[in-house]
Ligand binder design. Structure first.
Ligand code: M6R
Length: 370
């Protein structure tokens, strides 16, 4: 069943391009408009949605964080993202115009299911983004968008994450379409860019795996890692940190790059590994410059810097001990490629340490208890 791969995780990371491509298939009607898989909400009610709350756990919550940046930009409605287990216990403000989006690979995560039930009891609509047809979360939702990543066996989520981002983006574009917040041409332009992503992910897999493997060998004795990113790079940093702690049992912390000077920089010492996601350098924009100065700061304090950056970015190269390159792509879509070397890195580290990458200790594939 592993199809010749040494582990399910290895196989599934290599299915990232397919997961993205397949999640885009069948999303359009004959007129080229975006359609959802199942909708049990009247169009007028859908149009009146004035707030989104994403509820999810773990990796799925980081896909939700990525989606927030895009949906707020495209649809101009507030998007909150909340861990499902926190949401339930804080009396959230929910109205019939709030759309709660439950993201779950398995569709059986109890924390997410209970959050969904709570939202529906309060009169809100729930839309599920799910990878498992007919599982409980989509069955109990008012609308469904399936991710088509195929079965994910390894406990550490990889291909489901990229597929969740794509599905959440399609939801954003669908809302933009029905609310008229974007021109049809703009929507089509973004869809075309999304369709180009599988080839870009493939490029990362084909050209960066060796560099990633070498970096993992160099870092084998590291006790901890810091991951930092800004804007959509922030959830990618969180996801990279989660992958490494889950399967390589290494202490990691992911945080927003801007927080560095508000505390975490105190942890940086000679040789401390710091992984940084650098946004596109195009136009030498402030977002890029701010992240670069963060790398400069940690470098000045002796950090060992591993940087994910756009091909040919001279600033990234200047302060990096190791660079994982990504091909040029729009900032909002960059998480789809930026996470790939971090998935490989975690897997390589765990393999080198001799751990079972598919079944890490103490973890279950789906957490069906609260
Ligand atoms: O099946 P779900 O997407 O609802 O699962 C949510 C989390 O339990 C899951 O993403 C977990 O964090 C993974 N082990 C991450 O690799």
């Amino acid at each position: 069943e592993k199809g010749g791969w040494p582990s399910f995780m290895d196989k599934e990371i290599h299915e990232d391009p397919e997961a993205v491509g397949n999640t885009l298939i069948g999303r359009f009607n004959a007129a080229g408009d975006i359609v959802l898989d199942e909708v049990r909400i009247a169009l007028e009610d859908f149009k009146s949605i004035d707030k989104i709350i994403v509820v999810a756990c773990g990796t799925a919550s980081y896909a939700g964080m990525v989606a927030k940046y895009a949906i707020e930009h495209w649809v101009r409605i507030p998007v909150e993202i909340e861990l499902a287990h926190e949401f339930r216990y804080r009396d959230p403000i929910l109205t019939p115009r709030t759309l709660v989006v439950a993201i779950s690979q398995s569709g059986e995560t109890m924390d997410t299911l209970m959050a969904l039930r709570h939202a529906r009891e309060q009169g809100s609509r729930v839309l599920a983004i799910c990878n498992t047809q007919g599982s409980t979360i989509p069955r109990e939702s008012d609308a469904v968008l399936y991710t088509h990543a195929g079965p994910e066996i390894a406990v550490a989520s990889t291909k489901a994450f990229v597929a969740q981002i794509v599905a959440a983006y399609m939801l954003g574009l669908y809302l933009a379409q029905i609310k008229g917040t974007m021109f049809p041409d703009e929507i089509r332009g973004i869809v075309a860019q999304l369709k180009a992503m599988p080839a870009k992910i493939q490029w990362v897999l084909d050209t960066q795996a060796e560099t990633v493997d070498k970096a993992a060998k160099r870092m084998l004795n590291a006790h901890s890692f810091l991951f930092l990113g800004r804007h959509v790079g922030y959830p990618v940093a969180m996801e990279g940190a989660l992958k490494l702690k889950e399967i390589a049992y290494t202490f990691t912390e992911g945080f927003a790059a801007g927080e560095l000077k508000h505390g975490p920089i105190a942890l940086v010492d000679e040789g401390e590994p710091v992984v940084v996601i650098v946004p596109s350098a195009r136009g030498r924009n402030t977002l890029h410059n701010k992240v670069i100065s963060g790398i400069e700061e940690v470098k000045a304090r002796g950090a060992f810097t591993i940087v994910v950056a756009e091909e040919g970015d001279p600033d990234a190269e200047r302060y990096a001990d190791v660079v994982f390159w990504r091909p040029a792509c729009p900032t909002l879509l960059s998480p789809l490629v930026d996470v790939v070397p971090l998935q490989l890195f975690a897997m390589d580290m765990a393999n080198l340490k001799g751990y079972d990458v598919d079944k890490p200790r103490n973890l279950a594939k789906s957490v069906t208890v609260e």
